[in-house]
Write a protein that binds this ligand. Structure first.
Ligand SMILES: [Fe+2]
Length: 251
């Protein structure tokens, strides 16, 4: 299928031209409303992992560090918007219905035909699926366990790691800061715009969204204060330890 045909079909069947322009410009999907995925492909899509991660705590569970209002807007508008758009695209393009979310992203990198806009939506869905379990009402602080040891080995101390994480978050226009496993190392990785560690061969362990919609209602333009709050009070090191063990065992 020609690339332009694919893009035109999506514009007709999903959220429309305004949606795509808003998405590319980083604006919120709620500005244009949500598309409705086809019910007949719901089960098939879910079977292949085209899902929206559950929110693993109450909507007010991250308060006061991230407000209920921000969580509701971020999860139910932004995240669900990307999910709905991808599902609508897959619904109207059966050739993509038997690929996992990870495969859709990797295949684009491998030059297999996939509309660029849909690739970006797939990355945004994938990254957001990592974000919510990366936070916890009882998280934050110095990690223990194997991941704590590897951070000390790599950075000398947790404080040095914390400084590196904040520095990376402040370099971005929009994007994500991750804790990833790279071979035997655990390190900070910055993914700009629609990048994801999946494309670099790293195993994600934790993700922090630093797009403005993640913090602006609570911190206005003070991104550093938001990232510090996440590091000190929310980052889910228990989850990271589980992901590290899974990655180390070769999945
Ligand atoms: Fe986000």
């Amino acid at each position: 299928m020609p690339k332009e045909t694919s893009r035109r079909d999506f514009l007709r069947t999903a959220a429309g031209a305004g949606a795509v322009l808003a998405l590319i410009s980083g604006k919120s999907p709620e500005l244009f409303g949500e598309s409705t995925p086809g019910e007949d492909t719901a089960t098939e899509a879910e079977k292949y992992g085209i899902v929206m991660a559950n929110l693993p705590y109450e909507e007010a569970g991250l308060d006061p560090w991230i407000s209920e209002k921000t969580v509701r807007l971020h999860y139910f508008k932004h995240h669900r918007g990307y999910y709905s758009m991808l599902r609508a695209f897959i619904h109207s393009h059966p050739e993509y219905q038997r690929q996992t979310l990870e495969d859709l992203i990797r295949n684009y990198q491998g030059k297999v035909l996939l509309d660029e806009t849909i690739f970006e939506v797939a990355v945004l869905l994938y990254n957001h699926n990592w974000y919510w379990p990366s936070l916890s009402p009882t998280g934050g602080g110095t990690p223990k366990g194997k991941i704590g040891q590897l951070i000390t080995v790599g950075y000398g101390s947790y404080d040095t790691f914390r400084t590196a994480f904040i520095e990376e978050s402040m370099k971005l226009g929009v994007g994500w800061v991750w804790v990833v496993r790279d071979g035997e190392e655990v390190k900070v990785y910055r993914s700009d715009y629609h990048d994801t560690p999946l494309l670099k061969g790293y195993d994600p362990l934790l993700a922090v969204d630093v797009w403005e919609h993640a913090y602006y209602l609570d911190y206005e333009n003070d991104r550093k204060k938001y990232v510090e709050a996440v590091l000190d009070h929310l980052l889910n090191w228990t989850y990271a330890e589980k992901m590290l063990i899974t990655a180390s065992s070769g999945k």
